[in-house]
Design a binder for this molecule. Structure first.
Ligand code: NDP
Length: 249
C-alpha cells in the first residue's frame, strides 16, 4: 500500500484530500496543529475507507516539529510516496499593505511558506535515499497571482509556493520525483466561513467563479488523487487550477 503525508489534514481541504486519498487506497499521515478531536475524526474516516491512519500533531512553523513529523511518518508506514503541503493560515485581520505590521507577516511566512519549503526538502531527501518515485503536491491559492492589497502577507506566501514548486520540480526530476502546485478557488471551509455572505454574493450573483457554486474540499481531493495515481506521468512543475474557472476572469 502507498502512503501519503497530508499537512493540515484535520479540517477543510486537508481533510478532503486525506479522505479522497484513503478511498483511493493510500494510508495517510494526518498532520494537525492543535485540533486533536477533528484529527481523530478524520483518522476514523480514513480507517472506515479501509486504509491506515497515523495522527501526528506538529506545528509546521517549528523546525523540531517538522523533523519529528517526518520521523513519525516514516516510522508509521516505512515510506512516503506522496507529500501534500496543504496546511496554511489566513491573516487574523486584513490590513492595507501600507499599514500592515510584521507580526502577521512573520506568522504567515513561517506556517505557509517556510514550513512547506523545509518539509519538502526533508521528505525529498528521504524519497531520494529510498529511491521512491514520489509526488509532491503543494496547495497554493489564486492569491498567488491576484494582488489583494489588504492581505499582502497571504499573497506573498502563496506566490512563494509557486516558485517553490518550480524549484523542487527542477531539482527532483532526475530522481523520478514530480512536483505540482494545486490552486484552489473559493472552497467551503472554516477559513472562508467568516466571509460566507460576501462570497455567496460573488459566486452566485456575480459569477466570479464561472461554474457558479462553492468549491468543496473533495474537489481538491480528486485533483490530488489524480496526481497521486500517476495520471500525469510526463508532467512536473505544473499548476492545476481547481477553481471553477476563477482564473478566467
Ligand atoms: P482551514 O482553516 O479549514 O484548515 C486549516 C488546516 O491547517 C487545519 O487542519 C489546521 O490544523 C492546519 N494548520 C493550521 N496551522 C498549522 C500549523 N502551524 N501547522 C500544521 N497545521 C496547521 O483551511 P482550508 O482548508 O480552507 O485551507 C487549506 C489550505 O488551502 C491552506 O493552505 C489555504 O491557504 C489554502 N486555500 C484555501 C482556500 C479556501 O477557499 N478555503 C482557497 C485557496 C487556498 P488544526 O485543525 O489543528 O487547527
Amino acid at each position: 500500500m502507498s502512503a501519503a503525508l497530508v499537512t493540515g489534514a484535520s479540517r477543510g481541504i486537508g481533510r478532503g484530500i486525506a479522505l479522497a486519498l484513503a478511498h483511493a487506497g493510500f494510508d495517510v499521515v494526518v498532520n494537525f496543529a492543535s485540533n486533536l478531536a477533528a484529527a481523530e475524526e478524520v483518522a476514523g474516516e480514513v480507517e472506515k475507507a479501509g486504509a491506515k491512519a497515523a495522527l501526528v500533531r506538529a506545528d509546521l512553523a517549528d523546525a523540531a516539529d517538522r523533523a519529528r513529523l517526518v520521523t513519525e511518518a516514516y516510522k508509521a508506514f516505512g515510506t512516503i510516496d506522496l507529500l501534500v503541503n496543504n496546511a496554511g493560515v489566513a491573516p487574523a485581520q486584513r490590513a492595507d499593505i501600507l499599514e500592515a505590521g510584521e507580526e502577521s507577516f512573520d506568522r504567515l511566512i513561517g506556517i505557509n511558506l517556510k514550513g512547506p519549503y523545509f518539509l519538502t526538502q526533508q521528505v525529498a531527501l528521504r524519497m531520494i535515499e529510498q529511491g521512491t518515485p514520489g509526488r509532491i503536491v503543494t496547495i497554493s491559492s489564486m492569491s498567488a497571482y491576484t494582488a489583494s492589497v489588504n492581505r499582502g502577507d497571504y499573497c506573498v506566501t502563496k506566490a512563494g509556493l509557486s516558485m517553490m514548486t518550480k524549484l523542487f520540480a527542477a531539482r527532483l526530476a532526475e530522481h523520478g520525483i514530480t512536483v505540482f502546485e494545486v490552486r484552489p478557488g473559493i472552497i467551503a471551509t472554516d477559513m472562508t466561513g467568516p466571509v460566507k455572505e460576501k462570497y455567496d454574493r460573488l459566486i452566485l450573483d456575480e459569477g466570479v467563479t464561472p461554474i457558479r457554486r462553492w468549491g468543496q474540499p473533495d474537489d481538491v481531493g480528486k485533483a490530488v488523487v489524480a496526481v497521486a495515481q500517476g495520471l500525469f506521468p510526463f508532467s512536473t512543475g505544473q499548476v492545476i487550477d481547481v477553481d471553477g474557472g476563477f482564473h478566467l476572469r
